[in-house]
Design a protein around this ligand. Structure first.
Ligand SMILES: Cc1cc2nc3c(=O)[nH]c(=O)nc-3n(C[C@H](O)[C@H](O)[C@H](O)COP(=O)(O)O)c2cc1C
Length: 132
């Protein structure tokens, strides 16, 4: 299996409505493609982990990369994994700006307990930084 983590910048017009659409589509597609992961959005940037069968991760990230709702996608890590690190759910996601900082941090901590130390640090430090 392959795990990929990237960060990208939302185009200025992206709002909660776009996020809902992205999540709905991702849940359906990712369940079908046996992908799990985590999407964080803070109103400005996306941080996403995607993991599952190599070919499905590759085809999905290729689609995501051409999505006009964000730009400047930078891959933070790409690694082979033996077991999923983001659980059984298709995609756990929320916009950090919608929650109080402490709750968001606690939730990110809880959802990344199985992730490798580096990947976990990417998510928890992002949450601490952005939720402030
Ligand atoms: C930040 C971001 C994350 C996304 N994550 C996913 C994802 O995990 N899975 C997915 O299928 N599409 C994701 N999308 C949507 C894809 O770019 C694309 O719109 C969608 O996969 C097209 O699906 P369709 O061919 O079923 O219409 C994401 C888009 C953005 C902007």
């Amino acid at each position: 299996m392959l795990q990929l983590v990237y960060i990208s910048t939302a185009v200025p017009s992206v709002g909660e409505n776009d996020l809902s659409k992205i999540l709905a589509r991702s849940r359906t597609n990712n369940r079908h493609d046996e992908l799990t992961g985590f999407l964080l959005f803070n109103g400005q940037r996306f941080l996403q982990a995607l993991e599952g069968p190599d070919a499905h991760v590759e085809s999905t990230i290729a689609r995501i990369a051409t999505d006009p709702r964000h730009r400047a996608l930078v891959t933070l890590s790409r690694r082979a994994i033996d077991a999923r690190e983001f659980g059984e759910w298709a995609m756990a996601s929320f916009g950090l700006r919608d929650r109080d900082g402490a709750a968001a941090i606690a939730r990110v901590d809880a959802l990344t307990t199985k992730a490798s130390p580096n990947v976990r640090a990417q998510f928890t430090s992002y949450a601490r930084l952005r939720a402030a």
